[in-house]
Design a protein around this ligand. Structure first.
Ligand code: NAP
Length: 264
């Protein structure tokens, strides 16, 4: 098996990374940065976001595995003292590959179109003051938003920023995207639904800022950028999915319970 490893860069993650590589070499695993079959992330869910963006052009041929250096995460479901157990399973058994939906975002700017593949969420805010934007669903005007911003998340991202905004937690077997509001202002001119909206795979939404000259703050997972000249942004469930290699069961609802509720 050819694998690559990314770590968060802190001392513990670096030590675990060295230990993993030594144990992997002893078991005949080959370290290959250019064409890995397995991408191992050591750190947290944030580290997995970085690993995803590093290898998102090879989604058809890679599977991801996450080792958490703190508590268990949503993408990082192995703990720091389980490296040997994981490596034993990697060298002796076939994983169950789980495929999770992603978000496809197309940003139409005066300088041209760009596309992004998103694992957690796409975030839109104004770089200066409140964000004003029309939201269309399936090419029909839906609402005029004014407020701090809009977060459009994937099912696995629904437990991240989306959840802090009161959005629903969505099981990743549902191919859907969720639009959540950040502090919308509601009055006679600007009226929004006020609750998050979940769209199925065959629907899409467009965000249309009334003034393309406005500077916007755009977030693609952990990556932040400032853009002006944005004419519209189209979000839909992506055709590609991301694959996670599961060497033992750890169901989504157990992860949700462990992260947010604890032992019952
Ligand atoms: P960060 O600000 O250093 O960490 C944000 C926290 O979100 C970390 O505890 C991270 O877990 C956790 N997280 C990431 N993906 C998650 C998921 N799918 N479900 C549940 N928790 C998740 O930023 P970062 O490490 O670069 O991560 C970027 C992510 O932070 C964004 O994609 C967004 O989801 C989240 N975020 C949340 C808020 C909010 O809730 N108010 C605001 C901004 C961004 P680990 O500790 O395991 O890495």
């Amino acid at each position: 098996m050819k694998y690559v490893l990314l770590d968060r860069g802190d001392r513990l993650s670096r030590e675990l990374s060295e230990q993993f590589q030594a144990e992997a070499k002893a078991r005949g695993l080959i370290y290959d940065e250019a064409a890995p079959e397995t991408v191992v992330s050591i750190g947290g869910d944030g580290t997995m976001l970085q690993a995803f963006h590093r290898y998102k052009d090879r989604l058809d041929s890679v599977a991801f595995i996450g080792i958490h250096t703190g508590h268990l995460g949503f993408y990082a479901d192995w703990q720091k003292d389980e490296l040997v157990d994981l490596l034993d399973l990697m060298t002796s058994s076939e994983p169950r590959n789980i495929h999770y939906p992603l978000l496809h975002v197309e940003i139409d700017t005066e300088a041209g179109k760009e596309t992004h593949l998103v694992l957690n969420e796409f975030t839109l805010k104004s770089a200066d003051g409140t964000l004003v934007s029309a939201i269309h669903i399936n090419d029909e005007p839906f609402e005029m938003f004014r407020g701090d911003g809009i977060v459009i998340s994937t099912p696995t991202g629904s437990t991240g920023y989306n959840k802090s905004l009161g959005g629903a937690v969505i099981h990743p077997s549902l191919e859907a995207l969720q639009i959540a509001e950040i502090a919308s202002i509601n009055n006679r001119v600007y009226r929004t639904l006020g609750s998050s909206v979940i769209l199925p795979k065959h629907h899409h939404c467009d965000i249309v800022p009334p003034d393309p000259g406005e500077e916007l703050m755009i977030g693609v997972d952990h990556i932040l950028m400032v853009k002006s000249g944005v004419r519209s942004i189209t979000c839909r469930v992506a055709e590609n999915k991301v694959t996670f290699a599961r060497y033992r069961p750890f169901t989504f609802w157990n992860r949700v319970r462990e992260a947010f509720i604890g032992s019952v």
